[in-house]
Design a protein around this ligand. Structure first.
Ligand code: C2O
Ligand code: CU
Ligand code: CU
Length: 486
């Protein structure tokens, strides 16, 4: 599969890009001065005891200088906006104290982490009430990757993310540590959290901007910064790009068509590096890329664009020459064999606007929609029944597992889809076949990751079960989740 081709394609079906939606709001070049790019601080443990590491994550209100003039009221995790980056290491046992200082119920969902559901996973069954807290613990047992945490309360996920809650999670391991990737956090290894917002007298107003098909804003923010500038001090930098938007698709490229190399997808290192000049991410997808600025000299500026709009700049400084070449082969994906004799699971995303459904239904927190035995590897056909003309891409996400993309309408997946993923954009009229295995029993959500679709009810839940250990789950109703006294 390895080739030295440089792809210049977004791969997804152009007729169903978000920019064709009736309610689409294009990004606007922001008429504000450049600012240093915000680099979220790395979280510090409360304590470390051997292999046990303790963190506190507080969802809090704050104020952030985003625009000139008045600060914006925002929410964040241990920060006024977005959150501190949570760095986790394979094999370590984490104890996390989750604190809610917001005026309303929230949850802390670990998007991409293979932790038990529905409680540790932090979906809607794990509410934390205002002034309250919850303690979880888990052993991190998955490879190096870029994940994130975000709220997941029904039906207010979209608004809470819009208000600012989202933080990068960086997982490290010893295998990835041997690869010649930049990994000096904040220097040559930085999160790139992509979001879009509108402001009303410098304030957010989710209601005013709400769109049932996904809320959009005209300003691009990277890590909460409009017109951010990152000072490049090394020849190669690693960007951990996360589409943290409610709805927007990001079609990334540099103004000079500078090439970059994707080294990881949602669930970690790709088997082979993939070279691009263009990269599209649907909601919640991640891509780690390495950009080699060896052809640039100090003073040069390279602008990252989405469609035709500049979103941030890389200002090249003095750097030591670094001619590290990436190996042709990065890692071996240990693909589990599909368990023989099992039918293909079919799941259908349908509709648009308030007509969106998953398998023809709206989400019910007390209904288990499917079951799958842990350890089994099952093919799932994820279908988007929208019209190929006029429909939209629905990004399909599963909790509690990382899956492999087998095919798109029977054809090979995109060249950067040969690694583990937890979110896959499904084009209108398309069936994406994935191979799914759960390793931990629990109840997990699967849903469209356009956050307004999820909140509308384009979501379902699966029980991953262990036939030898019957497990009873207390599944809250949405009413119970939102009203602690009941
Ligand atoms: Cu990003 Cu149900 O999650
Ligand atoms: Cu998730
Ligand atoms: Cu959707």
């Amino acid at each position: 599969m390895s080739d030295s081709k440089v792809y210049t394609d977004y791969f997804f079906d152009e007729p169903v890009f978000d920019l064709h939606d009736g309610g689409y709001i294009p990004l606007e070049k922001a008429d504000f001065p450049d600012k240093p790019l915000n680099i979220p601080a790395a979280i510090k443990p409360d304590k470390v005891e051997g292999n046990d590491v303790y963190y506190t994550i507080t969802a809090q209100e704050g104020e952030t200088q985003i625009l000139p003039g008045a600060k914006t009221k925002t929410w964040g995790y241990n920060a006024s906006l977005l959150g501190q980056t949570i760095i986790l290491k394979q094999g370590v046992h984490y104890h996390v104290h989750l604190v809610n200082e917001l005026p309303e119920v929230t949850t802390f969902h670990w998007h991409g982490l293979n932790v038990t559901g529905p409680i540790v996973d932090g979906g809607p069954h794990a509410p934390v009430y205002p002034g309250g807290s919850r303690d979880i613990d888990f052993t991190l047992d998955q490879p190096a990757q870029t994940d994130w945490i975000h709220p997941h309360p029904c039906p207010n996920t979209a608004r809470q993310v819009w208000n600012g809650l989202a933080a990068a999670v960086v997982v490290t391991d010893t295998e990835e540590a041997k690869l010649p990737f930049p990994r000096n956090y904040g220097v040559d290894d930085i999160p790139i959290i992509l979001q879009d917002r509108n402001y009303h007298d410098n304030q957010l107003d989710y209601k005013a901007d709400y769109d049932v098909d996904g809320t959009l804003g005209k300003y691009a923010l990277v890590n909460g910064t409009i017109n951010g500038v990152f000072d490049v001090t090394t020849q190669r930098i690693r960007l951990r790009i996360l589409n943290g938007s409610d709805r927007r698709e990001w079609r990334l490229h540099f103004d000079d068509d500078h090439e970059f190399t994707q080294i990881a997808s949602d669930g970690g290192t790709l088997p082979e590096p993939v070279r691009f000049t263009k990269l599209m991410l649907t909601c919640a997808e991640r891509a780690e890329v390495i950009v080699d600025f060896g052809d640039k000299k100090p003073g040069d500026v390279v602008t990252l664009m989405s469609d035709d709009t500049p979103i941030m700049k890389f200002k090249i400084g003095e750097y030591a020459p670094d001619n590290t070449k990436l190996p042709e082969h990065l890692t071996t994906i240990d693909a589990p064999k599909v368990t023989p004799g099992l039918p293909v699971t079919k799941t259908v995303m349908s509709g648009m606007d308030d007509q969106v459904r998953l398998d023809g239904k709206l989400f019910d927190m007390q209904r288990i929609d499917r079951k799958q035995k842990i350890g089994d590897t099952v093919l799932w056909d994820v279908v988007n029944t929208n019209e190929m003309d006029g429909g939209m891409i629905h990004p399909f996400h599963m909790h509690g597992c990382q899956f492999l993309v087998i095919s798109r309408n029977g054809k090979a997946p995109y060249p950067n889809e040969h690694g583990w993923k937890d979110t896959v954009g499904v084009n209108a009229g398309e069936t994406v076949r994935i191979a799914v295995q759960f390793t931990k029993f629990g109840v997990y959500m699967y849903h469209c990751h356009i956050l307004e679709h999820e909140d509308t009810g384009m979501m379902a839940q699966i029980e991953a079960y262990d036939p030898n250990h019957e497990h009873k789950y207390h599944l809250l109703s949405m009413d119970e989740m939102n009203h602690p006294s009941k």
